[in-house]
Design a protein around this ligand. Structure first.
Ligand code: ARG
Length: 478
């Protein structure tokens, strides 16, 4: 069929003297993008047809034929034995055209009291309600995967950074549990937006409701909506729920991206903290020795798309007068991209995390830093326990750090004699420094130091192990 000659049948041709220009028609059509909404479009139409009969607007027999026709169509679409007409304008007209082709006359009553403006809002809300649950489920699995890895590493000490400069030792478990918390907030955010997605717009019509006795509560009950949109104009113009979802998904991807960035860094030869399994790595076409972390790099890269999707929808909305404008159709490419990207990304994380091989020795080796200087803060805090004001302790330890650097002596090997040369250090303080150093001498100094960081929310292994055990209870159910 030559596109140039083709004149599609539209839902709105009546007042037009001429058929649409094919190129213009294709430009405004959205079937290729919105076809994925078909299960929701059918579900919405079934509820609408039942309501029309319930309200006495169509007969019970007509409603039965429509509902049966839609149910059959759903089966055939699921089975792949039905396909939408390629020239349909959008998912709504495609489903209606297919129904008319199947059951004839009664199908022509389906669109009574309804506009595609409230219909598309309904479809999107039904769709997004499912996708919010799907993303939440995937995030729960990521959390459980993080807990598994963390549980194996509650005692694995590693360097903790600020400014990407070694700051204080932490554990790998504690570090990973930070991501667990981020995903916990992400899930709470998704739960928080659900009530605003879960509002039933149908009955708003094009913008001003209807003269027919539509029963909106009936439709809401049929489709499991706890609320009906309160204002018909807002109902067809509102896409806040799309913005909110994309924003929540963008934050999920931001968190994934930060984790991905750490894995890229940690898998470098220079860090050597982790080895990415061959199954999740890729090679170089030129350099035979390369093993590249493409997967986390792409996770980091794809986070950019969500930021773009968010900006797209916000920008699209900001200048729109009420109510429906065709610009709103542009919500879908952005929303679907956000949904697909976040789901694809989050779905790979659990097996990817499980496959990581952490180099415990390498992590531990750097934990206390050069000359154990990452324990300088602990020493200052020890002096505080001896009655020295923190500011004074900070200055004294700063001078000890200088001494260690000048002489190449570890902070944790200092003796009272070493302290003598430090101005302002009295004998009592020198003895306290030496006592602190001596108290760390059994085993790894970083391990000993981390175990003392027992603040609520801190990295001490028993605390983190407890947090993991508590959190794991939510995982056993699968
Ligand atoms: N495809 C349209 C969209 O996604 C459906 C609503 C069309 N309404 C209209 N009056 N053209 O926004």
């Amino acid at each position: 069929m030559s596109a140039g000659d083709h004149r599609p049948a539209t839902m709105w041709g009546g007042r037009f003297a001429a058929p649409p220009d094919p190129q213009a028609y294709r430009y405004q059509a959205s079937l290729a993008v919105d076809w994925r909404l078909w299960p929701y479009d059918i579900a919405g139409s079934i509820a609408h047809a039942r309501m029309l009969a319930h309200a006495g607007i169509i007969s019970a027999a007509e409603a039965r034929q429509i509902v049966q026709g839609l149910a059959d169509l759903r089966d055939d679409l699921q089975a792949g034995s039905a396909v939408p007409p390629a020239d349909a304008e959008d998912v709504h007209s495609a489903i209606e055209a297919m129904l008319v082709a199947r059951i004839g006359k009664p199908a022509e009553k389906l669109h009574t009291g309804r506009s595609r403006n409230d219909q598309v809002a309904l479809d999107l809300r039904l769709y997004l309600r499912d996708e919010v649950r799907a993303v939440d489920h995937l995030l729960a699995k990521v959390q459980c995967a993080l807990l598994d890895v963390a549980q194996a590493h509650t005692k694995t000490v590693m360097p903790g950074y600020t400014h990407l400069q070694l700051a204080q030792p932490v554990t790998l478990a504690h570090h990973l549990m930070a991501y667990y918390e981020m995903f916990r907030r992400d899930r709470a955010r998704l739960a928080g937006i659900l009530p605003r997605i879960n509002v039933m717009p149908l009955g708003a019509g094009a913008l001003a409701g209807s003269t027919l006795p539509l029963d909106r509560d009936y439709v809401a009950r049929e489709l499991g909506f706890p609320a009906v949109a309160a204002n018909s104009m807002d109902a067809v113009a509102d896409r806040d729920f799309v913005v909110e979802f994309i924003a929540a998904a963008a934050l999920v991807m931001t968190h994934v991206s930060r984790l991905a960035e750490e894995l890229v860094l940690w898998s470098s030869q220079e860090f050597g903290f982790v080895e990415i399994d061959d199954a999740y790595a890729t090679g170089s076409s030129l350099m035979p020795h390369k093993k590249n972390p493409d997967l986390p790099e792409l996770m980091r890269g794809r986070a950019a798309r969500l930021t773009g999707d968010l900006v797209t929808v916000l920008t699209m909305l900001k200048g729109l007068p009420l109510t429906y404008n065709k610009d709103l159709q542009e919500d879908k490419p952005a929303l679907f991209d956000a949904v697909d990207t976040v789901k694809d990304t989050v779905a790979i994380l659990p097996p990817f995390l499980a496959s990581l091989r952490f180099n415990v020795a390498k992590l531990a080796a750097g934990a206390a830093g050069t000359l154990d200087l990452a324990l300088a803060t602990d020493l200052a805090e020890h002096l505080v326990t001896q009655g020295i004001p923190f500011r004074t302790a900070h200055a004294l330890v700063g001078q000890l750090v200088r001494y260690c650097l000048d002489r190449g002596r570890p902070l944790t090997k200092l003796t009272a004699d070493d302290c003598r040369g430090v101005p302002g250090m009295d004998d009592g303080t020198a003895a306290a420094v030496a006592a602190w150093a001596a108290s760390l001498q059994n085993g790894s100094v970083a391990e000993a130091a981390v175990a003392r960081h027992r603040t609520v929310g801190g990295p001490a292994p028993e605390l983190v192990a407890e947090a993991i055990n508590r959190a794991k209870l939510a995982c056993s159910g699968g």
